[in-house]
Design a binder for this molecule. Structure first.
Ligand SMILES: Cc1cc2nc3c(=O)[nH]c(=O)nc-3n(C[C@H](O)[C@H](O)[C@H](O)COP(=O)(O)OP(=O)(O)OC[C@H]3O[C@@H](n4cnc5c(N)ncnc54)[C@H](O)[C@@H]3O)c2cc1C
Length: 430
């Protein structure tokens, strides 16, 4: 098993249960034998969470039932976000979380609390779950409705002041089951099916790729655009990212708005005349494909060079956006000139820095640098993982964000629900 980061794992046995009861029976057997169990969705994750180190690998692929109704969809864990969105679109609706990788599964995106390009407007996956069918480590099947509080004491922990965070469990007294299971990366329960909120498709979606001569102008534009209520996507690509995609500019912003008037009236200092404005839905999809091709290209280059993805997923409080962006550029230009890209969800002060190492020495240096950058993000009040989760590759970042007592509290919740520690072993906790 290999995920999109190039991380690999091996299972002793693999299963694809056809019903929740088959899944429950497998879990009960593994629980009794203390056999580790890893859950795999579409394997588009980038932190190694679906890659087992021995034990059993359970694929959710047979949980693919999908029913779309007004305001909601009932989706099995294996339903892809593409199938969900296409079915929703046929009814004039859409599913708001957009982790841009549309082959990702509903179960995997819930398990990582995925977010992506639209989260600064609509929030992450967690917010869009109305009810959840889950299987626990001992094979117990349960359905949770939104607002159903956890029936044991959960301590309060200090969470980062970011708009998104998926590092560890967001423990809070009185929290509900859905908020606990979403983002738990397959370490607490298996997502079997979810009832997801659908929103009406806006009558108009205007889109543009705005090119700027330099970063400063692009960052000014971010501050100018972010308060606009019609804005639903605000993505950033730096000079190196654009270079990798064959475009030359200092920086670019990709925007989607539900107001054509607003987009056409944009008057931003440093905005270049050769910016692209969508004339049709096909253009809009082209812009999204252009944006999505960047992480795909990065993952492909890194894997081709024989390495695993070397990328950050840190977010900082919005007021620290400029400081973090400047820090990324200064540090990476010094250490990896021309060998990195910086891009992503700037509406949430959440950029992905990706280093493209060519030698073992560079890879080792890059890994050290990522730890330093993680500490910097946390010092600014940020999170070590905004949307990808920590999986196995990044489990070492959790202690950068949280003191040992908080991690112990998370472990206590894990052991309460999975006393033999069989689910997602090696993920989240080193
Ligand atoms: C090119 C590219 C771009 C991406 N861009 C984004 C982005 O913008 N935003 C973003 O959030 N993510 C992004 N991702 C990451 C990835 O798409 C998400 O993490 C996605 O949610 C993973 O879904 P999956 O089905 O592939 O899960 P997998 O990779 O199969 O698994 C991910 C984790 O979830 C667990 N899991 C899977 N299914 C279940 C289940 N049913 N129950 C319990 N646990 C389960 C696994 O054990 C593992 O820990 C990107 C990935 C790629 C390749």
């Amino acid at each position: 098993m290999r995920d999109a980061s190039g991380y690999t794992g091996h299972a002793d046995r693999e299963f694809s249960p056809a019903t929740p009861h088959e899944l429950a029976a497998l879990l009960a057997e593994a629980h009794d034998a203390c056999t580790p169990v890893t859950i795999a969705g579409s394997a588009t994750g980038v932190t190694g969470g679906c890659c087992p180190h021995g034990g059993w690998l359970i694929h959710t692929r047979q949980f693919n039932q999908l029913v779309v109704e007004r305001g909601r969809a009932l989706a099995g864990a294996a339903v892809t976000l593409r199938d969900l969105n296409e079915a929703a679109a046929r009814t004039g609706q859409f599913y708001a979380p957009d982790p841009t990788e549309w082959t990702a599964s509903v179960g995997g995106s819930i398990a990582t609390n995925a977010s992506g390009s639209r989260s600064f407007r609509y929030g992450a996956t967690r917010r869009h779950i109305l009810s959840l069918d889950a299987a626990f480590a001992d094979g117990t099947l349960r359905r949770f409705r939104r607002g159903e509080a956890i029936d044991f004491n959960v301590p309060a922990i200090a969470l980062p002041a970011t708009t998104k965070n998926t590092a560890g469990y967001p423990l809070a007294p009185g929290m509900d089951w859905i908020d606990l299971i979403a983002g738990s990366e397959g370490t607490l329960a298996v997502v079997v099916e979810a009832e997801l909120q659908l929103l009406p498709t806006p009558p108009v979606i205007a889109a543009a790729v705005l090119f700027f001569d330099d970063d400063a102008a692009a960052l000014d534009a971010v501050d100018a655009c972010r308060p606009e209520p019609s804005l639903r996507m605000l993505e950033y690509l730096d000079r190196n990212s654009l270079g990798l995609l064959g475009e030359a500019a200092g920086a670019a912003l990709i925007v989607e708005s539900t107001s054509e008037e607003w987009l056409h009236a944009l008057d931003l200092a440093g905005l270049r005349d050769d910016s692209w404005v969508a004339q049709s839905p096909a253009d809009r999809e082209r812009f999204r494909a252009f944006r999505h091709s960047l992480p795909e290209r990065v993952n492909e280059i890194v894997r081709r060079n024989g390495f695993q993805k070397l990328g950050s997923d840190f977010a900082v409080p919005l007021e620290q956006n400029r400081a973090m962006t400047a820090h990324y550029h200064a540090t990476l230009t010094r250490e990896f000139p021309g060998q990195y890209v910086l891009f992503g969800h700037i509406g949430d002060a959440h950029l992905h820095a990706n280093i493209l190492p060519e030698t073992q020495e560079q890879d080792a240096l890059g890994r050290e640098l990522m730890l330093t950058l993680a500490r910097h993000a946390v010092a600014l009040g940020g999170t070590v993982s905004a949307e990808h989760g920590l999986g196995k590759r990044k489990a070492n970042l959790l202690p950068i964000q949280y003191p040992a007592a908080v991690i112990d509290a998370m472990r206590a919740v894990k052991l309460r629900l999975d006393p033999h520690g069989i689910l997602g072993r090696g993920t989240l906790f080193v």
